[in-house]
Design a protein around this ligand. Structure first.
Ligand code: GLA
Length: 392
């Protein structure tokens, strides 16, 4: 009898442990959400700006909608002291980073910071190379909850080794710190970074435009959507493909393009790091960033990245399976004319002859119950985003 119990227990343990094993250290079980200074403010960061962003995150309702991390990107650091400790810009951060982290925490938010695996950051501030343990210790002492770690000035360094070194240093610091790998997808981090970082950039730097491209690798929203299309197998709880931070509200996109951008990031289960000026945000932009039904698609506990199931040139259908057996569906119109786009139940993985309830996530309304297919008119450079729930 006792041996039967033992066998039963031995069989049960792997089952009980499975979610933990899959999720690594238990951090970032859903894609991280927050705000980062870079897209709008570049090097123009200060404690005043970061405090104002934290205030606005709360007052705009974004914190209540799930945004949590307030992250200072490049340019907060100026030098190392005689002992090698990284020093924050005393003019822009006169109270120091610990006081700033405390202020962010006091609002019920989490605090993030930025460094680089090389000798210098992309903006030529001191990088963390050969200071990994020292920097990780400083971050832990300051109360850092999230580190974005860039890849400039890394000549001759091995990518995996460099990121693994900081990953280990963060773990050794004793503080749970989400680790965001930022090497622009160069070495296909989706093939090696699970267990090292919680998210990894899959593409070059996003630009505030629909389809522009820069010679140095920056790219518009639509190019990033295309680069993400084949990466759905590599994302999941604790290990996310990162198509870069949001440009929603930064003036280079029309309202339909902003909605399309946000819808795709949610379908990709992407980290949702707002990158706009929160204090000056217009209501229409706040309504996009705080659409809870779209955010629920991003944060769905199944953690599956969505994928394209139909490509008719200008018209596409994308789906993301959700934990409750429904599907998030994007009808995407790349063209310049309003057009009808149809999704059939078969292509979105539902019983072809079955009935399903269709909800429009931007109209925030049920459209009705349909059998076999659903068609909607989609504006140019726009999406209709749906949640389709089978009726059994
Ligand atoms: C790189 C990153 C950006 C930003 C800048 C800062 O380009 O990809 O997201 O962090 O560096 O210099």
């Amino acid at each position: 009898m006792r041996s039967l119990v033992r066998v039963g227990f031995a069989l049960l343990v792997p089952v009980l442990m499975a979610p933990l094993a899959r999720a690594g250290d238990g951090l970032a079980l859903t894609p991280p959400m927050g705000w980062n200074s870079w897209n709008k403010f570049g090097c123009n960061v200060s404690e005043k700006l970061i405090r104002a962003a934290a205030d606005a995150l709360v007052s705009s309702g974004m914190k209540d909608a799930g945004y949590q991390y307030v992250v200072i990107d490049d340019c907060w650091q100026v030098r190392r002291d005689a002992a090698g400790k990284i020093v924050a810009d005393p003019e822009r951060f006169p109270s120091g980073i610990k006081a700033l982290a405390d202020a962010v925490h006091a609002k019920g938010l989490k605090f993030g910071i930025y460094s680089d695996a090389g000798t210098m950051t992309c903006a030529k501030r001191p990088g963390s190379k050969d200071h990994e343990a020292q920097d990780a210790k400083a971050y832990a002492e300051w109360g850092v909850d999230y580190l974005k770690y860039d890849w400039c000035n890394t000549d001759g360094q091995d990518t995996r080794d460099s990121y693994a070194k900081m990953s280990q240093a963060l773990r050794a610091s004793g503080r749970p710190i989400v680790f965001s790998i930022c090497e622009w997808g160069n070495s296909k981090p989706w093939t090696w970074a699970q267990g090292i970082g919680h998210l990894w950039r899959a593409t070059g730097d996003i630009q505030d435009c629909w389809d522009c491209g820069k010679s140095w690798g920056g790219m518009g929203v639509v190019h990033i959507i295309d680069l993400m299309a084949d990466l759905h197998a590599f994302s999941g709880p604790g290990h996310w493909n990162d198509p870069d931070m949001l440009e929603v509200g930064n003036h280079g996109l029309t309202l339909p393009e902003n909605r399309a951008h946000f819808s795709f990031w949610a379908l990709f289960a992407a980290p949702l790091m707002a990158g706009n000026d929160l204090a000056a945000m217009k209501p229409a932009i706040r309504d996009i960033l705080t659409n809870r039904e779209v955010i629920a698609v991003d944060q769905d506990p199944l953690g599956m990245q969505g994928r394209k199931v139909r490509d008719d040139g200008a018209h596409e259908v994308w789906i993301k399976p959700l934990a409750d057996a429904s599907r998030a569906v994007i009808l995407f119109n790349r063209g310049t004319e309003e057009s009808p786009i149809t999704a059939s139940w078969e292509e979105i993985g539902l019983f072809p002859g079955g009935k399903a309830v269709v909800r429009d996530l931007w109209k925030k309304a049920d459209v009705g119950s349909f059998t076999g297919r659903f068609q909607a008119k989609v504006e140019p450079h726009g999406v209709v985003m749906l949640r389709i729930t089978p009726q059994f």
